[in-house]
Ligand binder design. Structure first.
Ligand code: NAD
Length: 448
């Protein structure tokens, strides 16, 4: 099949490459010339495990090409898949300007029948809006399909190649068959292709993300209550996860969810509900809890140092961390990605800087992104140990594998004081106590 993917970001590049891998003829198009030039030279704009090799192979076998020429790409394709960004707009709404700009350009370029697919996450009703816009600009025939994407940054290739399910929102039977053929190679292991109307498909994506975000906020609230009642959230999590009705995923407390999807999709759903005069009380609370959770570690840090100095109201003093240096391990919003959009690390670092502290940061993949965000406001370490040199404490924000079993003796020697604020509950409280660290986690009583 001939496919054009409009927007070559995390989703577009992965989707386009995986479609090529299953034998299709794919052109990935983007308006960002630098990105496309880089891709033509084999340079990836993002980090995703396994993607580089897959791109190399499919480019070599001439199934995958990159272009900035939308017209050419549209004209030689049957399927035009839109994977441009849908960032947060005014009042939490989903900003559809990139999608509609792409739609207008596609419509103007159309020379014959096309299947226009939305891979971007778009509000309910967008497929109809797109159909109206295209009809106003061309006499060519077309169908619009809502085909939300559920891949996870950090495991995007794996998720795309082996999805839990594929959702196709379309009404035309012939188009449904074409989409089923396109996805058949990815669903051989039995994953269902669920066919529904476009509005339900669009809603499915928001409902899935809101459900996952709810689990995170739920566990963060339980963790905070554990701390106040002397319970240990690790025991609680393990025990509830064994209940088959609950399951184990998305139950790890931390510093709140971030990334390019959950925050904006939760906001967009809240906004959509307001437009329909049906405020979503539960989802609004999920969002509020998350905003508070991003600040939980700062309160812990301030409390830790105020109890050391005997200060009464640490939060009031805007330079209360002046003279302190913190090593931060993990900047990406989660492991296995360089994506720092809405990452909790950004809130933690901005607050520490505002309180007069200095930061020495390290992330295995997100250093380039971090430089774009923080510039020379923080120091960038070459590795996780270098970040510790002379620091007053370590703050672990993102649980990369390489931070799981570090050399604690080396850490103790490098740090000025043996203090760890663990935002992901990676380390054993007992081991920390035995090694002589002051250790502060999430939802667990401090070591006795
Ligand atoms: P991204 O910002 O990484 O990529 C978007 C790309 O679109 C950019 O390269 C940009 O230059 C390009 N673009 C913008 N306007 C364009 C136009 N008119 N023509 C051609 N290219 C254009 O975004 P992303 O993370 O890949 O997300 C894309 C969509 O997929 C969003 O709606 C997002 O919510 C959804 N989604 C993302 C993920 C994820 O993990 N990142 C997962 C599922 C769904």
């Amino acid at each position: 099949m001939k496919i054009c993917v409009v927007g070559t970001g995390y989703v577009g590049l992965v989707a386009g490459t995986c479609f090529a891998e299953t034998g299709n003829d794919v052109i990935c198009m983007d308006v960002d010339e630098e990105k496309i030039d880089g891709l033509k030279q084999g340079k990836l704009p993002i980090y995703e495990p396994g993607l580089q090799e897959l791109i190399r192979r499919n480019v070599q076998e001439e199934r995958l090409r990159f272009t900035t020429d939308l017209s050419g790409a549209v004209q030689e394709s049957l399927i035009v898949s839109i994977a441009v960004g849908t960032p947060q707009g005014d009042g939490g709404s989903s900003d559809l300007s990139y999608v509609m700009e792409a739609v207008r350009a596609i419509a103007k370029a159309m020379n014959d029948y096309k299947i226009i697919v939305t891979k971007s996450t778009v509000p309910v009703g967008t497929a109809d809006k797109i159909a109206q816009e295209i009809s106003s600009l061309t006499t060519c025939e077309f169908d619009v399909v809502a085909n939300p994407e559920f891949l996870k940054a950090g495991a995007a290739v794996e998720d795309f190649m082996k999805p839990d399910r594929v959702v196709i929102g379309a009404t035309n039977t012939r188009v449904v068959e074409i989409m089923q053929d396109l996805y058949a190679p990815f669903t051989r292991t039995g994953a269902p292709i669920l066919v529904m109307d476009p509005r339900s498909a669009e809603m499915t994506k928001y409902a899935a993300n809101a459900m996952l975000a709810s689990r995170i906020s739920f566990m963060n609230e339980i963790a905070n209550l554990c701390e106040r009642t002397g319970a240990n959230v690790n025991f609680v999590r393990q025990a509830i996860a064994k209940d088959r009705r609950i399951g184990a995923s998305f139950l790890f407390p931390g510093l709140g969810y971030g990334g390019s999807c959950f925050p904006k999709d939760v906001q967009a759903l809240i906004h959509l509900a307001h437009e329909h005069d049906y405020p979503l009380k539960l989802i609004q609370a999920v969002e509020e809890v998350n905003e508070l959770q991003k600040r939980v570690m700062i309160h812990k840090i301030l409390n830790f140092y105020s109890s050391e100095t005997g200060d009464r109201k640490p939060d009031d003093d805007h330079s209360s961390l002046k003279g302190k240096t913190f090593a931060v391990w993990g900047l990406a919003f989660k492991p296995q990605t360089d994506d720092m959009r809405e990452a909790p690390s950004r809130v933690v670092i901005e607050q520490l800087l505002a309180l007069g502290a200095k930061i020495q940061a390290f992330d295995p993949e997100a250093m380039k992104e971090a430089r774009k965000i923080f510039g020379d406001k923080i120091t960038y370490a070459k590795n996780n140990y270098e970040a510790l040199k002379g620091a007053d404490a370590l703050i672990l924000v993102t649980e990369w594998n390489e931070f799981r079993n570090p050399d604690f003796k080396k850490m103790k020697a490098l740090l000025k004081d043996p203090v760890i604020f663990d935002g992901r509950n990676q380390y054993s409280r007992r081991e920390m106590r035995e090694l002589g660290f002051d250790y502060v986690g999430i939802g667990r009583p401090s070591p006795a």
